[in-house]
Write a protein that binds this ligand. Structure first.
Ligand code: CA
Length: 223
């Protein structure tokens, strides 16, 4: 499994590379945004670890460009601050998860496992709920005839909902299952993601599938 680290701080990049290589990943380093785009654009990586503050082109711009070019490689963003605004800016750009600097290697490793698991996970049969269909092999999703483009985390969230239809899932369960985060503050991000997913799945549909259960969480149901 190949991972690209886009990070201009040499010490941090070397620390990540060494740790991940010990866990059996192949790791390349790009030291600025432009180099990051050039390397990631070839599409041979299973995960991008992207610093936000980068010379030549910042991490958010890099992720935005890759998503516009239809590159869906999962992105773990490294931020200097963990305010909700910063995190949402990263998610809006198309990142899948984030880690605040400074971080312990164990935290990085857990995020990397969560983001890459799907590419090595056992593949299952197609999932269906109402007129929603998901192909776990190709990661394609359709509502009726319309194909829906999802980021890796939106896909993970929808997959969790589709594997547990008509079941209320708490934010804590979603955070643990989809992100491996267990912090209370992270639940804001779940709400942001559910809104992204709703816009893609339920917008302009007479029958809404993703429902909020006040004080409890979210549920996939067709009534
Ligand atoms: Ca930096």
């Amino acid at each position: 499994m190949r991972i690209l680290v886009v990070e201009d701080e040499k010490k941090v990049a070397a620390f990540i590379k060494r740790g991940l290589e010990e866990e059996g990943y192949q790791v390349d380093i790009a030291s600025d945004g432009a180099e990051g785009i050039a390397m990631a654009g070839e599409g041979q990586y299973e995960l991008l670890i992207m610093d936000v503050m980068l010379p030549r082109k910042d991490g958010l711009a890099v992720v935005r460009e890759l998503r516009q070019a239809d590159r869906r490689t999962p992105v773990l963003m490294l931020t200097a601050r963990d305010t909700t605004d910063d995190i949402v800016a990263g998610l809006d750009a198309g990142s899948d998860d984030y880690l605040t600097k400074p971080f312990a290697f164990a935290e990085l490793s857990a995020r990397v496992r969560a983001l890459t698991r799907r590419s090595v996970m056992e593949r299952g049969a197609e999932l269906c709920f109402a007129d929603l269909r998901m192909d776990p092999v190709s990661h394609q999703v359709w509502r009726g005839e319309r194909e829906i483009d999802l980021t890796a985390k939106e896909y993970g969230l929808l997959e969790l909902l589709m594997r547990n239809p008509n079941t209320v899932l708490s934010r804590t369960v979603i955070a643990e299952q989809v992100w491996e985060h267990t912090f209370d503050t992270f639940t804001n991000i779940i709400d942001v993601y559910v809104n992204y997913l709703r816009k893609k799945v339920d917008k302009d549909q007479a029958c809404k599938l993703i429902h909020t259960v006040r004080g409890q969480g979210y549920v996939l149901r067709d009534v």
